[in-house]
Write a protein that binds this ligand. Sequence first.
Ligand code: GUN
Ligand code: ZN
Length: 431
Amino acid sequence: MQSWRASLLRFDEHGHAVFDRDGLLVTGPGADGRTVVIAAGDHAALQPRYAQVPCTHLPGRLIAPGFVDMHIHYPQIDVIGSPAEGLLPWLEHYTFPHEAQFADPAHAAESARFFCDELMRHGVTTALTFCTSHPTSVNALFAEAQRRDLRLIAGKCLQDRHSPDGVRDETEQSLIDTEALINQWHGVGRLGYAITPRFAPSCTERQLRGAGELAARYPDVWIQSHVAENVDEIAWARALFPDSRSYLAIYADHGLMRRRAVYAHCIHFHDDDRALMRDTHTAAAVCPTSNLFLGSGFFDFAGAERVPFAHGLASDVGGGTSFSPFVTMRAAYFAGRAASTGLEPKPGVSLSPERLWWLHTAGAARALDLEGVVGNLQPGCEADFVVLHPEATPLLARRTRAAGNLAELLFALIVLGDDRVVERTVISQAK
Ligand code: GUN
Ligand code: ZN
């Protein structure tokens, strides 16, 4: 066993923040030998029971759950910041040409290494990740994550139409490859597989149906895709699948909405779409920096409360502009505020700092069906955590020293923080 003394942030089952200014985190082997949280709480209360356990004292530091990124593309690290009119030209001019390079195992391996380094440097310890359509890209990422014992869920893109040579796959082979990858990687250590139809416009009816059949046959495998991101994309999807009630309903009509299904963006929704998300236990990955960068729109946080469905935060690198959970939480706050303006005023929201933080940790874990496993520091959770330095820059030091309570401290970190705040990322280790 091992213990850590510092300020400590975690969440109760209602999503409320629990804070110990002088806290103690005790970690040790769980039932299967993997490092988990044994105890977390006030130092003075816990210390007598764990007096024999070696303790690392980290004065002035904040220990918090490792961040959970609900949607990111590892092959898009070199696409970040590529300007385009909107989603569809961005895919055509930048994204697909970059992704075509992942047929090369050496390029995939080097990118996977860099990607995992960046996740950990930014304090992200769990990610649901797109690969490309090449199985080599999936093998490269899983091999890298396995080496580090990172909790990673990933999958091969399915895209058998409206995709250029070099990334377009073949219908039957793509489904055979997907099933082989599930059998090779899903449940190996901390790895999970996600069936990954890129988005409805890139998939034939037969490919979507095949993906849905696999989703039924492998119920504990994840599903990931994109939906209702951009007005041109929506019109295209509706024209290609005229029998479905809405863009989102295309996925339901093909057996692709269920627990462990995660759809990125979910911006342009009506309440019947929200109800479909809720009733099928499907989750949304909210991608605020990507939505701002590509001019896609604003996720309606008030709508997701009115007709409640699971959602959490995501970077969506490389449509998104940063790996940093601080940048993402900050953009989510701005996006919530901005939703109140425009020609069709919607109720804007002022998301609290505790809520923003929860949406990127325990809330995101709940949306991924990993509550109690990651994203929190309650006893039994895997011991993935970050050591944050609230005084990492002169301005942060000045501002966080003046914080009178937890909300003020967290808000200062969200508004001013980035990777400089993340002093250390600790990953749970297998026996
Ligand atoms: N829709 C289909 N593919 C993509 C992608 O790579 N990024 C984003 N943001 N949307 C998509
Ligand atoms: Zn995406």
